[in-house]
Design a protein around this ligand. Structure first.
Ligand code: FAD
Length: 320
């Protein structure tokens, strides 16, 4: 948080990278190779997700430890309440504390695969607010606590195609404020593709007295089907111009990727121009799009990017 606040004051944009635990040992080793390369560009921190339903608990703890102590990047670990009685939560927090990790993204979590509703486990927590309170009560100020924010409201609260009603949106914001008041000191947002929605969300947070930094979660479009799946799952609004840019190129993977880089670059430019100085990139464990966006923004040194990579400068929208 101190780094982010300093960046805002000094007008110096920062960036961070999010990864998820791969399914195989080989995948884990590949991820570390990629991460070492990406970390050489100087992210302010990197984070590792906690698999749905706690499915990757041991692996997430192990990867977080390697990130902090072997890759030597400031690490944030995600932690969810799904299938986690308090003893297991404490074990995870004690482990990362012993490993020198000081940043946690406190989440309720999604239901495990195959279930459609979150169910509070016996002896566990019902929501992220409870987890934030628990971490502050038990560990004092040791951890920097981040929470999730939803510029379009949480998808569970959204009915139909029109997005959240004003009442739902306002309740969601009020609940976010409770998470911050309970001890969270940073908000990272759910992915979005409409910058105006994000900027309004930041403004609305400020209006109700949320003063901590709000970091936009940016997911570069890598692949058309994946983009539809994620935006469908999160009930994200897709601006008409993005739909019409993607429609004619949807079967051309390289063109979609190049458009994703172009769009990501433009989104980040607008965000930075509006005074928000930290960009959180959902890398989906790939490096090309995230690095290309940062290069286009002038935030990383182009000369360090291997010349063999053909995607080096996809500044312009692809030809259709
Ligand atoms: P909460 O903040 O507890 O609540 C979600 C919503 O429910 C709130 O926005 C609010 O609308 C409502 N709500 C809950 N409690 C109350 C209350 N007491 N009063 C009023 N309203 C309430 N999932 C994973 O499994 N692993 C991950 O690593 C992971 N990382 C994520 C990272 C980010 C940046 C984001 C945005 C999401 C991530 N998720 C992850 C998904 C997340 O777990 C889901 O969105 C989950 O459904 C909600 O988690 P939460 O922490 O936002 O929940």
């Amino acid at each position: 948080v101190e780094k982010i606040r300093a960046a805002e004051v000094e007008d110096r944009p920062l960036f961070s990278f999010e990864y998820f635990p791969p399914k195989t040992d080989e995948g884990v080793e590949n991820l570390f190779e990629r991460m070492e390369h990406m970390v050489s560009y100087g992210p302010s921190f990197c984070d590792i997700t906690w698999g749905a339903g706690g499915s990757t608990a041991d692996l997430t703890l192990d990867i977080a430890n390697r990130m902090q102590n072997m890759v030597r990047v400031e690490t944030m670990m995600h932690l969810t309440c799904t299938n986690m009685p308090v003893e297991k939560i404490n074990r995870a927090l004690d482990t990362i504390k012993a490993n020198g990790i000081q940043n946690i993204l406190a989440l309720r979590g999604d239901p495990p695969h195959g279930q459609d509703k979150f169910v509070q486990v016996a002896g566990g927590f019902a929501c992220a607010l409870d987890l934030v309170q628990h971490i502050r009560d038990k560990y004092g100020d040791y951890f920097g606590i981040t929470v999730a924010g939803y510029p379009e409201a949480h998808p569970d609260m959204i009915q139909g195609e029109e997005g959240a009603s004003l009442e739902v949106y306002n309740n969601d914001l009020a609940y976010l404020k409770r998470k911050v008041d309970a001890g969270a000191d940073l908000i990272i947002t759910q992915l979005f593709y409409d910058i105006d929605i994000f900027l309004k969300f930041v403004n609305d947070c400020r209006q109700i007295g949320i003063t901590c930094p709000i970091v936009p979660g940016i997911m570069p479009i890598n692949n058309y089907k994946g983009f539809l799946r994620m935006t469908g799952f999160c009930k994200t609004k897709i601006p008409a111009e993005i739909k019409s840019a993607l429609e004619p190129i949807k079967d051309n993977e390289e063109a979609v990727k190049a458009y994703g880089i172009h769009l990501g670059t433009e989104m980040c430019r607008k965000i930075i121009a509006n005074g928000i100085k930290t960009l959180h990139l959902y890398t989906l464990n790939t490096e090309k799009s995230a690095l290309a966006i940062l290069m286009n923004l002038g935030l990383i040194d182009e000369s360090k990017i291997p010349k063999s990579l053909p995607w080096r400068c996809p500044m312009n929208a692809p030809s259709r």
